[in-house]
Design a protein around this ligand. Structure first.
Ligand code: SF4
Length: 494
């Protein structure tokens, strides 16, 4: 018996499906926090009083039998033709049954039509006549008050949304247009499991959105490629073709077949020199904008699908930690860190204003995509702190800029420019020995502080590790900043 998620994996890649099907099931760690039982909130939205509720592992007959006695079925499990489905909400209507899908997001775009089609296919083959299908999703403009208000927080839509988030194709239309009999796919999936997992074939599915977890199993560790391998050429469509032709290294790239990005030229030039390229003029001009004392800033935050605190919207972000390293002109460093377990955003913002010196530059890594946005969110929340917060943003520079713009490239970066990669090139102790060494790990650990029954001692350990991790991010920035000064050949900072 397969689930719809198995079909989704098979469509993405038969090998992925086979490997996952036989792998030990892992605990799923969502990137977005979801503490509430969403179905219960939707039950309130739909004002359902009497209903049958399915459970994981239920025999499929239970839901079929319940459909005789109940007008509402919630999370009911059904099976047909080798496919098992979980139906979020099914409601008896005059002429048949109305189906409600649940989308924990703001605007369902109907990206996975076969999920919707397969659900209807199973139900209709079991004799449920589906007269309508709707989709329940979160309301982007809902702002939480003291209590959650499911009536306001959810939207029931007849249609999917387009790229501009305007309603477009009706849900039932898409289902009827895209309906396919999954029997052949299910037979192919069964066959696929009877022999060895198919051989790997590199496609866009291998690195779509998030890189496939089997990438290294399939294609070997990237580290087996040399640092200056042509395969590290950034955003290149033809790098594998060039490799096949024997153009093994960046320096051998065919310049007529590169996209012409500054980063690509930086990579090729780095390999033609001694592994490093620096556009010293551009680098100096960036460094000229920096003044001491320099504050290196990093936030950690959590994102909540359902707003847990007053004033928050669905998918709002809640910063819970910051680290700052302050570097004086004599290169001495001071470190400060703030960490809270619950919603202490106001206190965090006030401390931030106090901790950051009133003069000098503020530097963050990916400032435009993260720290500046977090500060603007605080500005929206706290009118009385807005002026001080905006002054911090006005002084903020992005340490990622010299790397992402191709001003500086070292072949040891291997085509990426994350802070961890660059710190890994330095002759310094970095992230290797930390118990928490990734941003999402920090978030997962932080969740234990107020949701698990961890002992006080364990919580203290988590707090210590979180402080070390965030502190390492700002320390790494100081190291990388010093390296850039050295690269620029002279300190332009006076
Ligand atoms: S890396 Fe590519 S070929 Fe390998 S399992 Fe994943 S998607 Fe399939």
């Amino acid at each position: 018996m397969f689930h719809i998620t198995d079909c989704r994996k098979y469509r993405r890649c038969p090998r992925l499906f086979a490997l996952e099907f036989n792998a030990e099931k892992r605990e799923f760690q969502p990137f977005v926090r979801l503490d509430e039982e969403v179905s219960d909130l939707v039950i309130r939205k739909l004002k359902i009083k009497d209903y049958y509720r399915g459970m994981r592992g239920d025999p499929a007959e239970n839901a079929a039998a319940a459909s005789e006695n109940y007008d509402w079925l919630v999370k009911a499990r059904f099976e047909y033709g080798g496919l098992r489905i979980k139906v979020p909400f099914l409601h008896r209507a005059e002429e048949g049954w109305e189906l409600y899908f649940l989308f924990i997001g703001l605007y369902p775009h109907g990206d996975d039509p076969q999920y919707y089609c397969n659900t209807v296919w199973v139900l209709e083959h079991l004799g449920f006549q589906i007269t309508d299908a709707r989709i329940i999703h979160l309301n982007a403009s809902y702002v939480r008050g003291d209590e959650l208000d499911p009536d306001e927080m959810f939207v029931i839509s007849d249609s999917f949304y387009n790229g501009n988030n305007n309603p477009t194709q009706p849900v039932m239309d898409l289902i009827r247009k895209r309906m396919q009999d999954p029997t052949e796919t299910i037979a192919a999936m069964e066959k696929c499991l009877k022999s060895e997992a198919p051989l790997p074939v590199r496609t866009s599915a291998c690195s779509a959105r998030v890189r496939c977890r089997y990438y290294e199993d399939c294609f070997g560790k990237q580290t087996e490629e040399e640092d200056n391998s042509i395969t590290t050429l950034s955003a290149s469509r033809f790098k594998y073709d060039m490799k096949k032709e024997g153009r093994k290294y960046l320096r051998n790239a065919d310049v007529d077949r590169i996209e012409g990005l500054r980063m690509q030229y930086a990579q090729i030039l780095a390999d033609r020199k001694d592994g490093i390229f620096a556009d010293r003029l551009a680098l100096r001009s960036w460094l000229d904008r920096i003044s001491f004392p320099v504050t290196f800033l990093d936030f950690e935050w959590e994102r909540f699908a359902i707003p847990p605190y007053k004033g928050m919207k669905p998918f709002d972000v809640m910063p819970f930690e910051y680290s700052i390293h302050i570097m004086e002109a004599d290169r001495s460093l001071t470190h400060k860190v703030y960490l809270s377990v619950h919603d202490d955003r106001r206190d965090l913002a006030e401390n931030l204003i106090r901790d950051i010196p009133k003069t000098g530059s503020v530097i963050a890594y990916n400032a435009e995509g993260a720290e500046k946005i977090r500060i603007r969110e605080f500005v929206d929340l706290y009118d009385d702190l807005a002026a001080d917060l905006l002054r911090i943003n006005e002084r903020m520079e992005d340490l990622q800029l010299p790397f992402e713009s191709g001003t500086v490239y070292d072949t040891r970066m291997r085509g990426t420019w994350s802070l961890k990669t660059i710190m890994g090139m330095m002759d310094e102790e970095g992230y290797e020995n930390l118990d928490i060494a990734q941003g999402m790990d920090a978030v997962f650990e932080w969740r234990h502080l107020d949701t698990s029954d961890a002992s006080e001692e364990e919580k203290q350990k988590i707090i210590e590790n979180l402080k070390k991790y965030c502190g390492m991010d700002t320390y790494a920035m100081t190291v990388v900043f010093e390296w850039l000064i050295t690269l620029a050949d002279e300190s332009p900072l006076g």
